[in-house]
Design a protein around this ligand. Structure first.
Ligand code: ZN
Length: 323
């Protein structure tokens, strides 16, 4: 309830509907006047301090989804008027919705706040509508992984929250607890082998038009787009290259094995050559009639995560804009 009240105060739902971005937890701390600093903390994911001054510390040593969850947990301590807290890995191991007498009540409250703040029910509903996902889709691990990326949460935090909202059964949740996210990434990448599987793999389709994608510097995009090659319309990958993406794979999947002129799916896998923010605009057009595209896909991305040492990115950008 406290998380929902804060969303109403910050106008989060309107912002998501307008920008198609995830919950801006670092921006919320800035807006509430809670000083936030990122440091390579040893043995801690984050801390909420009140003496000698109010402030939140978050580690730089973990992926963006963990930094965001930790920031939401510390925000919970602040909003719920808690005692100062030094938070280690336990915040990831505890299930926020399970009453266990060994847990410190203040920590359980901050965990539940974090989940409710990062993954409110209305945000899941918004993504489901945009992607045309029905309740059945949430039984599929690949769908839940793609949802987790759009929420800016880990795969585990996402399925735990789906279970809490009773959108999946406990037996599906048990299945998800055994899923190796690395295998979901491998499947999406097909023959392409990246140097490691710590990076996330976003499957982007025409349903992601006008979304804001917030990820990290080594993330990969797999663009899966229906292509009408039989009538001469092709997605123009050159537009991606001009925007600083390198094309690591370009394949066509047949929708039906028979029939000439049927649409196919074009599968473009791309990586940014350097971390940055920008916009993808891609057209499906006839090479001889470039001014008359059949379809366009536009979306914005920020692949500058995770948060680095010092102030958060949102705070730095605000300072830059003000000067
Ligand atoms: Zn805590």
């Amino acid at each position: 309830m406290a998380a929902e009240r804060l969303h109403r105060q910050l106008g989060s739902q309107q912002r998501v509907e307008c920008d198609g971005d995830n919950i801006d937890v670092f921006g919320a701390l800035v807006q509430l006047g809670v000083p936030l600093v990122l440091r390579p903390l040893k043995g801690l994911l984050g801390a909420y301090l009140r003496e000698p001054a109010l402030g939140v510390l978050i580690t730089t040593r973990r992926p963006l989804s963990v930094q965001r969850y930790t920031a939401a947990h510390e925000l919970g301590h602040f909003r719920l008027n808690h005692e100062p807290s030094l938070d280690n890995e336990d915040i990831l191991r505890r299930s926020p919705f399970v009453a266990n007498p060994e847990y410190d009540l203040q920590e359980v409250e901050a965990d539940a706040f974090a989940m409710g703040f990062l993954i409110p029910r209305w945000l899941i509903a918004w993504h489901a509508k945009k992607q045309d996902w029905k309740k059945d889709h949430f039984t599929k691990s690949d769908v839940v992984y793609q949802l987790s990326l759009r929420l800016g949460a880990s795969f585990e935090a996402t399925w735990r929250t789906l279970q809490h909202y009773k959108l999946i059964t406990s037996s599906i949740a048990t299945d998800f607890s055994k899923v190796k996210v690395r295998n979901l990434k491998k499947e999406l990448l097909g023959d392409h082998r990246p140097p490691d599987y710590r990076r996330d793999v976003w499957l982007l389709t025409e349903r992601d038009a006008h979304m804001s994608i917030s990820g990290s510097r080594n993330d990969l995009f797999v663009l899966r787009l229906k292509e009408h090659g039989g009538s001469g319309f092709l997605w123009d990958a050159e537009e991606l290259k001009r925007k600083g993406f390198s094309l690591v794979s370009d394949v066509r999947e047949k929708i039906h094995d028979f029939g000439i002129g049927n649409p196919t799916f074009r599968r473009l896998t791309v990586a940014l050559e350097e971390p940055k923010q920008g916009q993808i605009s891609l057209s499906e057009r006839r090479p001889w009639q470039p001014e008359q595209p059949l379809k366009r896909l536009e979306l914005t991305y920020d692949l500058t995560g995770p948060e680095g040492e010092g102030y958060s990115r949102v705070e730095r950008r605000r300072v830059l804009e003000a000067t």
